[in-house]
Design a protein around this ligand. Structure first.
Ligand code: URA
Length: 254
């Protein structure tokens, strides 16, 4: 991507342009490093600083089940009545994007817009996510986007444990079908439920994690809705995206 174009998308993301510029895909912008909160440590291996549950997660059980194809999986999601959310939803929100994507972005749960339209991240947060993706050279259609929960919790409340447990099998099967090189957890809820931890988001940033039942490195960044409320944190989100690009670049060369 041309530098001018990147600057345009960074501006659209709300990242101020007077920051030191990135020289290349390998460059990390000075002053925007995730080390504001935690040292950047890129690793595929389990990170012992992160308090992960050692025991088998429900997701690990889910991955032991036979893997359906995309069509069956979508039908299973659409007919799911495993938790009470099916009573209040307009429709389940399955997931969208490239089914052979290199990167999968995982949010929390559908909001009102998503519930209406049946697609994840179509509201204001979704628009910012689109800008963030463009800033690293991806159109929305080139990544896969899904949520921890497929159905909207009433009034956008946090997902409950029983809801996450019921829904986890679907997400794990989506991950197995896409087989991405990397997963990006968007926000605290996605990070905590994927990594099975309650470590703060600030401490989880800046590194790649292994998580129970998922055979793909996971990185954590801020949820776009949080970034809309707290625009100053966009610089840190940009540092996270730079780390993501570096990792993809390294993998592509390997
Ligand atoms: N927030 C999420 O976490 N997911 C969506 O799909 C929309 C908003």
């Amino acid at each position: 991507m041309h530098e001018q174009q990147r600057q345009y998308y960074l501006q659209a993301m709300g990242v101020q342009l007077w920051e030191p510029r990135i020289n290349s895909m390998q460059g990390t912008p000075q002053g925007t490093q995730a080390s504001d909160e935690a040292p950047v440590h890129v690793s595929n291996s389990a990170d012992t600083s992160v308090d992960m549950q050692a025991q088998l997660s429900p997701g690990a059980t889910a991955t032991a089940q036979a893997l359906p194809d995309w069509h069956s999986l979508q039908q299973n999601v659409e007919s799911c009545q495993a938790c009470a959310l099916h009573e209040s939803r307009i429709q389940p929100v399955f997931g969208t994007g490239e089914r052979n994507a290199r990167v999968m972005f995982i949010g929390e749960a559908p909001g009102a817009d998503e519930d209406r339209q049946g697609e994840p991240f179509v509201g204001r947060a979704g628009k910012l996510l689109n800008e963030m993706l463009l800033a690293i050279g991806f159109r929305r259609e080139q990544v896969y986007i899904a949520n921890i929960l497929k159905c909207r919790p009433p009034n956008n409340r946090d997902p409950r444990v029983d809801e996450v447990n019921s829904c986890e099998v679907f997400l794990h099967q989506q991950i197995q079908l896409v087989r991405p090189e990397l997963i990006v957890a968007l926000g605290r809820i996605a990070a905590h439920n994927l990594l099975k931890t309650d470590t703060s988001l600030g401490r989880l940033r800046g590194q790649f994690h292994t998580c129970p039942g998922i055979d793909v490195p996971v990185m954590v960044t801020y949820h776009p809705a949080y970034l809309l409320r707290t625009p100053l944190e966009k610089r840190k989100a940009w540092a996270d995206l730079v780390m993501l690009m570096q990792k993809l670049d390294t993998e592509a060369r390997a």
